[in-house]
Design a protein around this ligand. Sequence first.
Ligand SMILES: [Zn+2]
Ligand SMILES: [Zn+2]
Length: 404
Amino acid sequence: MIIACPDCAAVQSLPAQPRSGHLDCWQCGGVLEHRTGRSVDAALACAIATMLLMLPANLMPLVMVRPLSGISVSTYLGSGCALIWEQGWPLIAIVLGLQALLLPFFRFGLLIAALTAIRLHKRPHWVGRAFRYAEMLDLWAMPDVLLAGGILGYGRVAVVMPARIQPGGWCLIAAALLSMLTRATLDRRAVWQRIGAPTSFVSKKMRACMACDLVLPDTHRSCPRCGAWLHRRKPFALMRTNALLLTALVLLPVANYFPASSLWEAGVAYPHTVFGNVLSLFREGYAPVAMLLFLTSVAIPIFKIGGIAWLSLSVMWGSGRALRFKSRLYRNLEAIGRWSNLDPFSVMIFAPMLQFGPLARITLGGGGSAFVAVIVLSTIAARTFDPRLMWDAARPAEPASGRP
Ligand SMILES: [Zn+2]
Ligand SMILES: [Zn+2]
């Protein structure tokens, strides 16, 4: 099968019967196909198990806390979103609710439908679209980050009062671990190969599908395999990326200046900024947790915005230096960005456990919503950037029609 590398547009032929190990792009070095430890059957089994476990994880109590003897409070996965909404931050509630509660169901539902069809050797017309949307949602549906945030949130509460994980919590832990296993066993290239495609060929004028990497004659307007609209490069990629980056850059100081959350004790508020939270954890002797929060909430957003800005500038300057390194950097920036959601998820899990009216409670601040906006904007900026432009910019003399 002939495909174009999603990172550098280099056309290459994949063997019909790949061996174990992995196949790398000859030009940028990105992994095109990874066969060792991958299996459609295993991915399907893990996806079904994840889906089944997500139901009780959403419907059953997550954690029970005992602030005083004889009093117990149970929280649910949706409690945090409801609380954030009630406190007057509907946008954060919607973003966190989509990422933690709703989108995982769509992601795994579509994945199960597509993989089941492949497993039964059926090729319904919707299978390519279903798998394309499942892959798109992988960026936004993140049970693994939710689990890490949940553990952090549970830890914050467990140091001040007795807390016990309830059945919903155990199901969430199992669902998150199985969702990681689904990612680890799924080889998207093998799935696309099994969905199949019309015989592709290399001609002078060709386009590559940006969703499934299939190379097609220039006459096609949409991909016959996955239904995506065909563009030679992502439309207005630089303009969109730069606009999103600038907005994120403006919001970054706001997110770090204003308090993200406040702890109220006996009517007195103790506000914390994102960085202030890291410092106070460090002072209280939780250095590893402080380091983790520093990495995910401070270092990764700055690194991601700076990294994509550098890649975008290098396209505008027509720089042809270190292209393989830049391609690798782009792939890593996309992969690590999701972990910035760790702190918002931990607040979403632990805030409902600390609501005791005038005695003690947690309220969200403006810094929190700016922080969530920075993460969402930088994630979309990474997605709208087209890494193939870096390779185009480095070879302006080459006729553009020669490359898909
Ligand atoms: Zn490549
Ligand atoms: Zn396609």
